[in-house]
Design a protein around this ligand. Structure first.
Ligand code: PEP
Length: 252
């Protein structure tokens, strides 16, 4: 059983879905179904066009944030299609996902890019949620630890202790995202443990580490029962308000 005081963070990654009106409707239904408690945090990562709608709809909801799914490292300029930290903030964002595997795989984002984005997010005042995780091929070659260490090392290079306090790391094995396959709670907890040690070695005091990859109402309790897993980053299962409220109420 997880102790009732364990902090828990539930992040919804809505990807390229949920228009502003749908987001407002979602939040009305979610808020009717979800009972907040002091140790639960629920953050939403909608498409940039829906950040403002979510920011309005979560007002007064305890421990809630809205964040961008990606930010550019430059504060402004000729970067068609990109969202800067100040633009995201102007829409109401207080957090940003950085280095999601879809950004890395589909948009060619490198470790150096994610490092610049983490810096930009933190220095601009956002909370950064850095995503790391190995592909199936890397896992089968026994490279999980090395890949996660490399992505993490690049992402947090040179951060101060105060900056670590505004960082969350999400371990998302790429082979588990959107596939219905997920890491066993024990396997995920083992990787989390390595991430925790690496972050503490670099100056973090109390790293907050999430698991992501095919999390559902069926498996979330077992994942969160692991002491090392203090939350989840969820794609598909965050798209229905009642289902998401159920996930966010796990252990209540
Ligand atoms: C994600 O997009 O970060 C994710 C974990 O997706 P899903 O929950 O659908 O696997």
């Amino acid at each position: 059983m997880m102790p009732e005081t364990k902090r828990l963070l539930f992040c919804a990654n809505w990807k390229m879905q949920v228009a502003p009106g749908e987001a407002r409707e979602f939040l009305t239904r979610f808020r009717a179904a979800y009972l907040p408690t002091p140790h639960r945090h629920t953050w939403f990562f909608p498409s940039a066009v829906s950040i403002e709608a979510v920011a309005g709809a979560i007002q007064g909801l305890p421990n809630a944030r809205v964040g961008a799914q990606d930010v550019h490292w430059e504060p402004k300029g000729a970067f068609t299609g990109a969202t800067s930290v100040p633009l995201a903030q102007a829409a109401g964002a207080t957090a940003a996902l950085i280095g999601h595997s879809e950004r890395r795989r589909l948009f060619g984002e490198t470790d150096a890019d994610t490092a610049r984005k983490v810096r930009a997010a933190l220095s601009g005042g956002l909370v950064a949620v850095l995503c790391v995780g190995e592909t199936l091929e890397q896992r089968e070659r026994g490279q999980t630890t090395a890949v996660v260490a490399r992505q993490l090392g690049a992402g947090v290079e040179g951060l101060s202790a105060a900056e670590f306090d505004r960082m969350v790391v999400a371990y998302e094995p790429v082979w588990a995202i959107g596939t219905g396959r997920n890491a066993t709670p024990r396997d995920a907890a083992t990787v989390h443990s390595g991430i925790r040690s690496a972050l503490i070695d670099r100056g973090a005091t109390n790293p907050w580490i999430l698991y992501g990859g095919s999390v559902s109402q069926n498996n979330v309790a077992a994942l969160l029962a692991e002491a090392e897993i203090e939350g989840v980053l969820v794609g598909g299962a965050s798209l229905t308000p009642d289902g998401w409220a159920g996930i966010c109420s796990t252990g209540a």
